[in-house]
Every structure is written in C-alpha cells, then in structure tokens.
Write a protein that binds this ligand. Sequence first.
Ligand SMILES: NC(=O)c1ccc[n+]([C@@H]2O[C@H](COP(=O)([O-])OP(=O)(O)OC[C@H]3O[C@@H](n4cnc5c(N)ncnc54)[C@H](OP(=O)(O)O)[C@@H]3O)[C@@H](O)[C@H]2O)c1
Length: 100
Amino acid sequence: MVPFIQEKGIVVQCWYPLGGRGYTAELLGDETIKAIAEAHSVSPAQVILRWDLQRGIVVIPGSSNPEHIKENLDLFGFELSEEEMEQIKALDRGEKHDWY
Ligand SMILES: NC(=O)c1ccc[n+]([C@@H]2O[C@H](COP(=O)([O-])OP(=O)(O)OC[C@H]3O[C@@H](n4cnc5c(N)ncnc54)[C@H](OP(=O)(O)O)[C@@H]3O)[C@@H](O)[C@H]2O)c1
C-alpha cells in the first residue's frame, strides 16, 4: 500500500512508529532489529526510525524522555544496507496494526 500511495505523490506518515506507548517491547526487543542495531552501534528505536525514513516515510515518535528524544533525532549518522532493509521488511506478518 505504501508504494502505491507514494507513487501518487502523497507523503506517508507513520503513527506509533515504535509500536505505541505501552506496546514497544515487541518491536524494540525483536532479535533481528537488535542485531542490526548492534552492527551499527545504535539503538533498536533508531533502526526502526531509520528504516522508515529510508522508505520515505515521515516518523513521529512520541517520548517524554530527553535521552530518547535526542536519540530519535540522531538518525543521519548511519545507513541501513539493502540487505538490512529486506531483513526488516521480512518481519511483516501481514497483520493490521490497529489496536485502538
Ligand atoms: N493523530 C492521530 O490520530 C494519531 C494516531 C496515532 C498516533 N499519533 C501520534 O503519534 C505519536 C507517536 O505515538 P506514541 O508516542 O503512542 O507511539 P510511539 O512513538 O510508537 O511509542 C512511544 C513509546 O516509545 C518510547 N520511546 C520513544 N523513543 C524511544 C527510544 N529511543 N528508546 C526506547 N523507547 C522509546 C516512549 O517512551 P519514553 O517516553 O520513555 O521515551 C513511549 O513509550 C504521538 O505524538 C501520537 O499522538 C497520532
């Protein structure tokens, strides 16, 4: 769906990019995400946010922690490889993330 929307020149924005407040454990604790984070010496949150940015998606992570806010802005000192982008894409379970 995302490429289809982007082809029309519409900007896609990711709500709850980290899973949503109270629901981040699964994404931030994912073994694939953690391994990629380790390889780049960044956090799992930074990997997820960078993955979205590299797909041309606007991210609006929410945080009330100053360290997390700094981290979430620091996304431009590393780049995910094509292979890493594919590894993260492969985590898609084809489920709608719509719990509210
Ligand atoms: N307009 C709409 O209808 C709509 C719908 C959905 C979402 N939104 C907006 O989208 C934004 C994001 O939503 P959200 O905050 O629920 O979801 P989120 O960004 O997916 O998750 C926020 C959670 O991630 C944690 N977090 C943030 N940065 C982190 C980091 N670097 N490392 C570890 N944990 C981190 C935060 O905890 P800490 O505070 O401890 O960092 C918080 O618990 C909000 O501004 C929300 O209002 C709008």
